[in-house]
Each structure stands twice: as C-alpha cells, then as structure tokens.
Design a protein around this ligand. Structure first.
Ligand code: 16G
Ligand code: MG
Length: 567
C-alpha cells in the first residue's frame, strides 16, 4: 500500500501559499474569483484531481482553467469526471476543504483525512488532462496545477488552450477508448472531424444555409471556430467577429453570449443586415445565444429556451418518423429562468421538468429520459441520448424509406451533439441543421412562441446565505415573510412570475421577474412603457428587501434611485 508523498506535497505547497484573507468555495462552476489570487487553489486542485483519479481506478480526470463569461481578470478551475460530466457533488465539499487549509501542514492533514474518508487506494495510477482558456493568468495557474500533479506523481496530458467542451470531450474519449462506448478519437482533431462530418451529412441535399456570423467574445471559441472553417469547407460558411484573443481587456467585454442575454441587445461591434442571423459564444465557448434582425433591421434574441423549443420538436419529429415513438420518450429540462412562454409551449408537447440552476442538475435530470433536452435560458445546454436510445437508433430495421432517412438523421444528430456538456459550436451546428431541415429563417423559429418580457437584476445583500429556496429555486423559505411579499407583488400582474435566489457564483442575490406586456388597469404603474413596468416591479421588490432589512446599501441613498447593475 503506497503512502502519501508528504514531503513533496509540503515543499511544493509552500510555493503556493494560501491568501489568508480569502475563503474559497467550489461552487456551481468550480472555483472562480480574481485570477491573481488562485495559485494555491490550482496547486491544491492538482493534488485533488490526482486523488479523484486514483479513487476512480486511474480513470482520467479533467481540469479546466477558465472563468467563462466573467471579466478577463477573473479566472477559475473546475474538475471533470470520467464520462465528461461535472465533478460529483460530494467531492465539491472536499475541494472546498482542501482549498481553505490555512497552510501547508494543514493542507497535508486535510489530504490525509480525505484519503481515509474516501478510502482512496494510493497505489492506483493518477491520470489527468487539463486545458485553459485565453486569460492572461492562465499560464501561471496551469504551472501551479502542474506542481500539484507532479507532487502526486500523476500522469498528465496538456490539452493546451482550448474550449471547455473540447476538454470534456477529451475526458470522455480517453476513458471510453477501445470500448463499445467509444465516444470518438481522443484528440482535438477527432472532435473537429466528428462534429463537422455529422453536420455536413445533416446538411446534405438541403439548400446551403446563409453564412453565419459568430461573435466569439474575444475568447478561446475563436480558435476553435477558426479550426472548424477548413473542416466545414463549402458546406457551411462561418464569419467570425470579436475573435481578438490578444488585446488585453477584450475578453467578454461588450460582446459574447452573456452580454447579449443580459442586455437583450446586439454587441455594439455587430451590425446585422435585415434578415441576417448571428450568434454569440461566451468566453469558454460552452454557451450560445442566437439572434437575428427582422426586415426592419430590428434585433430579436433567440436564447436557450428558443433552442430547446426548436431542437426538442425536431427530435420528436425524427423519432416519430423513424417509428420509434413508442420506445423513445423525449423530455425537456429547464430551470426557473426559463421564460414562462417557453414552458407553456413545451409542456403542451412534452414532459418538462424544472430543476435548480447549474448544469449538473440539468444534466442529471436529462439522464432520466431516453432523450433529455436541456438548455438554460442563458444558452448553456445539450441533448443526452440514453444508451438504450443509442442502441435502438443504431439497430432498428426501417420498414419504409421515410423511417430509414429519419434513422440516419437521428444518428447524425447524435454525432453533431457534444453530449458531455453544453458546447456552443456543436449547438450552432445542431441549430443550423434543424433550420435547414425545416426551411426556417430566424423569423419562423422565433414565432414558435413569444417571450414574456422579463428582467433579471442582482442585488447585493449582507448575507446571501440568508436566502433559502425550495421547489427548484422558485420559492423562498427564508428569510421569513419575503415570499409572501413577492406573491403579493406578483399577484398584481397578468402572467406575473418572479423568484429570488442566491447566486452560486457571486456574492449576490438574483431577482427575476416576468409578466404579460400590458399595463395594469389599476393605474398603479407609472408608465405604460414595458421596461418601466418591470423596473417598477423590481424596485418594489427591492423595497421589500429593504423593509425586511436585507439590502446592504453600499452606495447609500434611496435604493429606488440607485443605478442597478444588470447581470
Ligand atoms: C454557472 C453554471 C451555469 C449557471 C450559472 C448560474 C455550470 C457549468 N455553469 O455558470 O449553468 O447558469 O452558474 O450562476 O454549471 P449564478 O448561480 O451566479 O446565477
Ligand atoms: Mg462558459
């Protein structure tokens, strides 16, 4: 039985002291904060990843260094489990405990404790693959990570500067290599080939779609999109904008999926011709938001909910056409952020489940269906096919040409999708395939249902942990009395819906509100203008917080006058 290399861990740990004033937390998206403060965390994550791999019999574990859509000075790190999914929840607490050990001795003690409680056999091999996005703090943080891996004598593979979904893909392909579950070639080239081949097959025989403008958020998605160009050839043209990964400060600045979703407008760097379609990726290319300009040149957003509606309906049609609708049940997973109209549209056609925010919850719920379609409204999502559905689709004997075509299309849909995690470029190819098959433009896609107007704001509070929710974050159980106030406000609006939840990634509380776009008859609303209705609603909600003594009023002054920061 091997023992822990205590001296090696301690010596190397001393090179990465923990900042005494920071309490780190492994949240929904791993550790995430100012990149310059994360060296100790990366070192410790290196040790943790090695232990996780040993615990899982030497299966390869992924480590992604990114802070996604957050500002460039931020950075972060998250672990990827063997099938390309998020780290098992029970290990999130281990990660937090290791990251917060005050010094090297305490860290070694915490590691020792983990080895015992998780019954880790140290004689097992440790294998890790890691990658980073384009952030300037990336190289230094990867060096700290390597220090941790080397202290544990882990075998590691550097996947370089690449997107989060490619890293997830690599983890899954390495672990399934040579098995009946093989997910593809375990290289970036394998990824590019698999997705682009399936996409080209889906487009075959259809009119070539118009070129797609892709806003790359000045992030790592630009590198991958550029690589796809030669794989797609003449079958599909992509034009990249905000593809500058070298100018300091450009990453996610006034561009990208988060900018578009939050502001519900075009990045200033983009002008669309009437009828033109485009999309924005986030900083690590696992989220996508589509949009188009109508014939008057007006902007319309097509978010994750619209992608769900488009894709889920298409898959249901294919399954039916293939004659498999008795055996394969398609379901949809959403969060409370899903627009009420999308939930109404989808619920009339399919089973729809609501789960708490965060990919791990959606992914897990999607695994319960034969085909589980999940997208968060913010554009993060994918489609999961169960092993049984895979088997049926690949082995079913078609009895008509229609069935045969549908089966081939389903097989290609499976291959164009990155089932390990949300993947902006894979999602774009899927969307473009569906649009080509249905001969839809942005207008037709958009008209599946009309979004209820909505707003999302963040509110700084003294203690976000005071906010506890139930029913997939749709209802507050604490602080006492606040939900009743929300209900009272919401009740005044036709189709009104609002919820409040503590963020899992920032020290704030998020407030979402939506309602039917019509001024109320009671004359209580200052203006018939839609935005005013919602701002008014939210400021009242903020007032409710204030009355409850919960708003931490940094700026002072009247909370109703204070500019709100929109996420
Ligand atoms: C993370 C989650 C994302 C979620 C967001 C919510 C993953 C990979 N990402 O970015 O799914 O929408 O957090 O952030 O799980 P919030 O808790 O700050 O609102
Ligand atoms: Mg992201």
């Amino acid at each position: 039985m091997s023992t822990l290399p205590i001296e090696a861990i301690k010596n190397r740990s001393d090179r990465h002291p923990k900042p005494s004033d920071i309490k780190f937390q492994y949240g929904t998206a791993g550790f995430r904060t100012l990149g310059s403060t994360l060296s100790s965390v990366l070192f410790r994550v290196g040790v943790l990843a090695a232990l996780r791999s040993k615990r899982l019999d030497g299966k390869i574990i992924g480590v992604m260094v990114t802070a996604s859509h957050n500002p460039e000075p931020d950075n972060g790190v998250k672990l990827v489990d063997p099938r390309g999914e998020m780290l098992e929840s029970s290990w999130e607490a281990h990660a937090t405990a290791l990251a917060n050990a005050p010094n090297s001795d305490a860290f070694v003690a915490a590691v020792d404790e983990l080895v015992k409680t998780a019954k880790i056999d140290l004689s097992k091999p440790a294998r890790v693959v890691y990658a980073r996005d384009t952030r300037p703090t990336g190289p230094e943080l990867v060096a700290a990570l390597k220090d941790g891996l080397e202290a544990m004598k882990a075998e590691y593979r550097d996947a370089g500067v690449t997107t989060t979904p490619v890293l997830h893909y690599l983890v899954r392909t390495v672990n399934t290599k040579g098995t009946k579950d093989s997910y593809g070639e375990d290289t970036e080239e394998g990824y590019l080939t698999k997705l682009s081949d399936a996409f080209k097959k889906l487009l075959a025989g259809k009119p070539t779609p118009p070129p797609l403008l892709i806003d790359c958020a000045n992030g790592v998605g630009a590198l991958m999109a550029e690589k796809f160009k030669s794989y797609l050839g003449d079958a599909f043209t992509i034009n990249l904008v905000n593809a500058d990964i070298h100018t300091p400060g450009a990453l996610n600045s006034a561009c990208g999926a988060d900018f578009v979703k939050v502001n519900q407008k075009l990045p200033p760097s983009i002008t669309l011709q009437p009828g033109q379609r485009a999309c924005s990726l986030d900083g690590d290319a696992d989220r996508i938001i589509y949009y188009y300009a109508d014939e008057r040149g007006q902007f319309h957003m097509l978010d994750g909910d619209k992608i769900t509606a488009l894709v889920a309906s298409f898959i249901v049609e294919l399954v039916k056409a293939a004659g498999l609708d008795e055996q394969i049940k398609v379901g949809v997973i959403q969060t409370a952020y899903a627009n009420g109209s999308s939930t109404k549209y989808l619920s009339a056609r399919l089973p729809v489940k609501c789960v708490p925010t965060g990919v791990k919850h959606l992914h897990h719920a999607a695994e319960q269906y034969d085909v589980g379609v999940y997208f968060e409204a913010n554009g993060h999502g994918t489609v999961l096919f169960s092993p049984a559905a895979h088997e049926l689709i690949s082995s079913h004997n078609p009895s008509t040409p229609t069935q045969s075509t549908a089966l081939v299309n389903l097989g290609n849909v499976i291959d164009v999708i990155n089932q390990t995690v949300g993947d902006a470029l894979s999602d774009a190819f899927l969307v473009e395939s569906v649009l080509a098959h249905k001969s839809y433009s942005g207008v037709e896609w958009d008209s599946l249902y009309s979004d209820l107007p909505n707003r999302l704001v963040k509110v700084v509070v003294g203690d976000r942990n005071a906010f506890e929710t139930e029913d997939a974050e749709r209802r507050l159980v604490s602080p006492p009395g606040l939900q009743a106030k929300i209900n009272e406000l919401v009740g005044r609006y036709e189709g009104g819906r609002s919820f409040v939840r503590p963020s899992g990634t920032e020290d704030v509380v998020r407030v979402y509100a939506e309602a039917v776009a019509r001024p109320q008859a009671d004359g209580d609303i200052p203006s018939s203008c839609l935005l005013s209705v919602h701002s008014w609603f939210l400021s009242r909600l903020e007032l409710a917080f204030r009355v409850a003594g919960l708003v931490y009023d940094e700026a002072g002054g009247d909370p109703l006058q204070r500019p709100k920061e929109f996420i």
